[in-house]
Design a protein around this ligand. Structure first.
Ligand code: PAF
Length: 290
């Protein structure tokens, strides 16, 4: 695996690989580093499905709000290098902020509609930052396929829409959430949790499991399901609900408040949660289909 810090060098390395491997495909896994097993599973999948796998590690300042954790976001470049290499990355791109943004970016990529709910409502500007950096990375790497974890399901829906609206020649591959043995979704932010917060954080997974069971009950409505999710989260005394929502998938719109079993067969929904433990905000979701 080769570690690369400059855009020009990365482009040259990928072009060289493509010249030497006609017809070969490039898989791309964009990350913000502090890689865990969830990232490793994306890299392994990309490596299994492509001739060359490019991983980026870049904590993108544009997607953090002024009072968010950009400065304290966990970083460990050496461990990331080892994890990416062991999982099968061929090129690891670790640019400095000055390489990605040599001057303040005057351009933003904004996806309307899908970004004003869930994390978009709690974190204004977040998805503009994500879509702007992902567009830049797609233009730099020009991958055939890009791999994203479904823990950030709204991010997957937004990026799929961006790729479709803007005709990026890349296939988006959504990948299952990887979980700790007790069900907590793996996240770089889990390291912020105290021992007691970590113990209670399993409430996200338990709430979604409950939601999936209730979703199948005759007569269950989106409104009643949402209320049950809010009530379930309150069982964890340290948990503060940011949002608990049931929306259509992948359009992320509020469904009509009629029983799910009266909705057309094949209708898809997302039950999504953001829960704070102290200053740590965790998200998780479950996709549900009729
Ligand atoms: O999911 C992430 O880690 C980030 O939002 C991404 C896609 C790497 C963009 O910075």
């Amino acid at each position: 695996m080769r570690l690369i810090e400059s855009i020009a060098e990365l482009r040259a390395a990928i072009a060289d690989w493509r010249r030497r491997n006609p017809g070969g495909t490039v898989g791309f896994v964009p990350t913000m580093g502090y890689l865990h097993e969830g990232h490793a599973s994306l890299i392994r999948r990309a490596a299994a499905e492509n001739g060359l796998t490019v991983v980026s590690v870049f904590v993108n300042p544009l997607q953090f709000g002024p009072n968010e954790d950009f400065e304290r976001y966990p970083r460990d470049a050496e461990r990331d290098r080892q994890t990416a290499e062991a999982a099968g990355a061929g090129l690891l791109f670790m640019p400095a902020v000055s390489e990605m943004y040599p001057r303040p970016a005057a351009t933003r990529v904004t996806i309307a509609g899908l970004t004003d709910r869930l994390c978009g409502a709690s974190r204004p500007g977040h998805f503009d930052g994500v879509c702007t950096v992902v567009s830049k990375l797609f233009n730099i790497v020009m991958p055939d396929a890009a791999y994203f974890g479904l823990k950030d399901a709204q991010q997957v829906a937004v990026i799929e829409r961006m790729v479709s609206d803007l005709n990026f020649p890349v296939r988006i591959v959504p990948c299952e959430t990887v979980r700790e043995p007790d069900g907590l979704a793996m996240s770089s932010r889990n390291v912020y949790l105290s021992e007691e917060e970590r113990r209670q954080a399993v409430i996200l997974f338990e709430t979604l499991k409950m939601a999936e069971e209730k979703f199948a009950e005759p007569g269950m409505t989106p409104g009643a399901l949402k209320a049950a999710m809010h009530a379930h989260i309150r069982r964890a005394p340290l948990a503060e609900t940011d949002y608990a929502e049931v929306l259509t998938w992948p359009d992320l719109q509020p469904p009509a408040d009629i029983p799910f079993d009266e909705m057309p067969r094949g209708s898809r929904f997302i039950a999504a949660l953001a829960v704070k433990f102290g200053r740590t905000r965790l998200i998780d979701n479950r996709l549900l289909s009729r």
